[in-house]
Design a protein around this ligand. Structure first.
Ligand SMILES: [Ca+2]
Ligand SMILES: [Ca+2]
Ligand SMILES: [Ca+2]
Length: 393
């Protein structure tokens, strides 16, 4: 089994690299689960179709989607989520170029499957989603792909609260030809969120006349206050035959990837991977992993087993493709933090493997009193003590 070395690889993680003992039993369970769930590899749907099962005492699940409470697709089923859009200021010819519900579909893509688009003749547009019930938000994670046509499509994202006004939580420059994943940790959990609104500059595309567009790929609102765990190394399968596209650094560069295979940047993909089908990321120290966002590349089906730095399997998962240009973007939650210095994913099945992005997350520290405020607090206390002493003397 080939192991690509980390700069700081520990003895523990070398052991983990050769461990595949639990694979057959786990994959039997995964296969049975897939049959029960009616999972068909390659099935294209606008519903998120991924599955996850915690293993060896770890409870793992996907963070629920407030806009798809019954989990069968946004605006599919009984939930009364309200998704709408419009121009800011003067405009005409308003059209939903791609379904705006794709804002919360938990799928990502460059421009087609999984993305939301409003188009027409205006300079600014909004897209918003209101959930049937209020929910907690501690972290906002977004994906925005902007075409490389020379004009910035900057945005602001406001949380809508059940009581109180809109709350600005994130903004982005919309730099042409980029595909950023942005993680924003709120200073405290918002308990009465009801939805969000993206306001965005509309831009013209080359050879598209005067029509202007606003594209946005995904907004994920997670209840925990999470912060990304820094990644210091990565390793992955080499191809048996064929090619690797992108780089291992693209796994965790906060870009969803650009271009087709031959020109891929911001992602990592291996066609015809060797028999040791894996990817691995390493942290500088043991970290309490609470969340993990996985975004698979394009139309590939992924069947994976996640292992900690002792080689213990903590979860198995599946992800589907979605047509030519849309993988899933799935936020995994571990009920109890998994303390580990590395994460390894071993792939099963056939076909290419790869991700647009992997985001390991831990709980954010509680907000402390900023130093100037603390100094005032201490000075006030000291003043009161001195005052009492003077009065007493
Ligand atoms: Ca639904
Ligand atoms: Ca989407
Ligand atoms: Ca990436």
């Amino acid at each position: 089994m080939q192991v690509l070395g980390f700069k700081k690889r520990s003895v523990r993680s070398v052991r983990l690299a050769g461990s595949g003992r639990q694979w057959p039993r786990v994959m039997t369970a995964v296969a049975a689960f897939m049959v029960v769930m009616g999972f068909m590899p390659g099935h294209a749907s606008d519903a998120s179709a991924g599955t996850i099962i915690g293993l060896n005492g770890v409870n793992a699940s996907f963070y629920p989607n407030p806009f798809d409470p019954d989990g069968d697709g946004v605006t599919t089923g009984s939930e009364p989520s309200l998704i709408n859009f419009g121009f800011n200021g003067f405009g005409f010819g308003l059209v939903e170029g791609l379904p705006v519900k794709n804002l919360v579909s938990r799928r990502d893509s460059q421009v087609s499957f999984g993305a939301a688009r409003v188009q027409g003749n205006a300079f600014s547009a909004f897209m918003q989603a209101i959930a049937p019930q209020s929910f907690d938000v501690g972290t906002v994670i977004t994906a925005q792909y902007t075409q490389n046509y020379g004009t910035s499509s900057d945005y602001t994202l406001n949380l809508n609260q059940q009581s109180g006004g809109p709350m600005l939580t994130q903004s982005g420059p919309g730099t042409p030809g980029t595909h950023p994943y942005q993680v924003t940790t709120l200073s405290s959990v918002v308990n009465n969120a009801i939805g969000f609104r993206v306001d965005q500059t509309m831009v013209t595309f080359a050879n598209q006349g005067g029509t202007r567009y606003a594209d946005f790929n995904e907004v994920m609102l997670l209840p925990d206050r999470l912060t990304p765990i820094p990644v210091v190394g990565a390793a992955g399968s080499a191809p048996a035959t064929g090619s690797t596209f992108g780089t291992l650094a693209g796994l965790t560069d906060r870009s969803g990837g650009l271009g087709d295979q031959a020109t891929l940047t911001g992602g990592w993909r291996v066609d015809n991977p060797a028999s040791d089908r894996f990817m691995e990321i390493e942290f500088s120290q043991s970290e309490p992993l609470t969340g993990l966002v996985l975004s698979n590349w394009r139309d590939m089906t992924i069947i994976g087993l996640i292992k900690d730095d002792n080689g213990v399997a903590i979860a198995s998962f599946t992800m589907t493709g979605g047509g030519n240009d849309g993988g899933e973007i799935l936020p995994i939650h571990f009920d109890q933090p998994v303390v580990t210095q590395s994460l390894r994913i071993e792939f099963s099945g056939i076909g290419p493997i790869g991700f647009r992005e992997v985001i390991p997350l831990r709980l954010a520290a509680n907000v402390v009193i900023p130093e100037p405020a603390a100094a005032i607090f201490l000075a006030t206390g000291l003043f009161l003590i001195v005052g009492r002493q003077r009065r007493a003397s």
